[in-house]
Design a protein around this ligand. Structure first.
Ligand code: TRP
Length: 371
């Protein structure tokens, strides 16, 4: 059995990201590409410094074009199957950094149709989650003048036209090979990849001229771009969409990504302080079974979600991250103390996020793209 699985519908096991780059045929994000982005942004980002974004396709081409005056558009999305957890925020926060750095438009797809096809949810539920998720997206601070959010079922008039063109150029045998569809797969899901590919060409359609697209997203979404959108692009006369991929924020349990299907190990943006304290308090750690052993042998930060969270999101200062790792290994830092530090950071972050989320309720129509 494989040690890990990474597909758009399942992410599990201990992922070997270097191997994944080879398997998927993407390119590692080099230091020189990181520098080019940071130079444009005028500031570094911990997601880049710490290789949380680690892989890409054609990012160099997009940056070359930009240097020559060719503006690109950003595209990312969310499958609204539940409330937003902090793992979802990773690509969104990075997308905000890119929007600021390059001053470009962002198209944000909410695939309420997809989640109706794959989950045990009604169309009304996935639509409601889409609007809930939109509040978290807006709370990330995107520019309302340059950010366009849409639901597949509501923006269908425009999207369906583009998706049809993609579908016309994609055979079932290709889609089956890319996604592993079987005789039991419902027809909605079989057509769906054309819909997720459609926004790759939406900026070109809306502006009436070819606009390159860059997609910041977790690497599990790569099959859509590799197998469908990048294949259809030249056939339809559009530029191939470029990608920049992130790794997954681990869950609070032992191994595996933060997943909405295990609410005890996922921190939702809607969780209150008590819930956060409890979830972080119950987290798996790389620590020893008792204090005496921890003092003597030290903990293992490599397998510890508490440490991972500081590294991923909650400690901006690289020196402090290093310091925590040393303190953990040497047994000077106890898991209980570390958890308390983390819960405080998470709660401070969520407090601000929730305020912005409240404000977003009044702004939502400014962001929605309608046809
Ligand atoms: N399929 C994605 C999910 O289930 C949602 C999505 C649509 C997306 N378009 C995207 C994600 C573009 C990243 C980039 O979450």
């Amino acid at each position: 059995m494989a040690e890990y699985t990474v597909t758009p519908w399942e992410v599990s096991g201990k992922i070997d990201y270097e191997k994944l780059v080879k398997e998927f045929g993407t390119k590692p994000l080099t230091d020189s590409l990181v520098k080019r982005i940071e130079k444009q942004a005028g500031k570094s980002h911990l997601f880049l410094r710490r290789k949380i974004f680690f892989s890409h396709r054609d990012l160099d081409l997009v940056l070359d074009g930009f240097d020559k005056g060719q503006k690109f558009a950003l595209y990312t999305g969310r499958g609204p199957s539940g409330h937003t957890h902090i793992g979802h925020l990773v690509p969104w926060l990075f997308t905000k950094y890119l929007q600021d750095a390059f001053n470009v438009e962002l198209y944000f797809q909410l695939t309420d149709d997809e989640k109706f096809f794959v989950k045990d949810l009604t169309p009304e539920q996935t639509r409601d989650f889409a609007y809930e998720n939109a509040l978290d997206i807006i709370a990330c601070g995107f520019d309302p003048k340059k950010t366009h959010i849409f639901l597949d079922t509501e923006y269908a008039k425009t999207l369906y036209g583009i998706a049809s063109r993609v579908a016309r150029k994609t055979t079932f045998s290709t889609a089956r090979a890319v996604f592993g569809f079987s005789n039991e797969t419902n027809l909605g899901l079989i057509f769906f990849p054309a819909l997720q590919a459609a926004p790759c060409f939406l900026p070109s359609v809306l502006k009436g001229k070819n606009i390159p697209v860059l997609i910041p997203a977790a690497i599990d979404q790569d099959p859509y771009w590799r197998g469908i959108a990048r294949e259809a692009a030249p056939k339809l006369g559009y530029p191939k969409p470029a990608q920049i991929h992130n790794t997954f924020l681990p869950g609070l349990g032992e191994g595996g990504k933060m997943s909405a299907s295990d609410p005890r190990t996922a921190i939702y943006t809607t969780d209150d302080e008590k819930a956060v304290d409890k979830k972080v308090g119950n987290a798996f750690t790389g620590g020893q079974p008792n204090v005496a052993m921890q003092r003597e042998k030290g903990g293992n930060p490599d397998i510890c979600p508490v440490m991972h969270y500081f590294h991923f999101l909650f400690e901006e200062d690289d020196k402090k991250v290093e310091e925590q790792i040393q303190l953990c290994r040497s047994g000077k830092l106890l898991c209980g103390e570390h958890k308390k530090m983390l819960a405080e950071k998470v709660n401070a972050f969520l407090k601000k996020h929730r305020q912005k989320r409240e404000k977003a309720k009044k702004q939502i129509e400014k962001f929605m793209l309608r046809d």
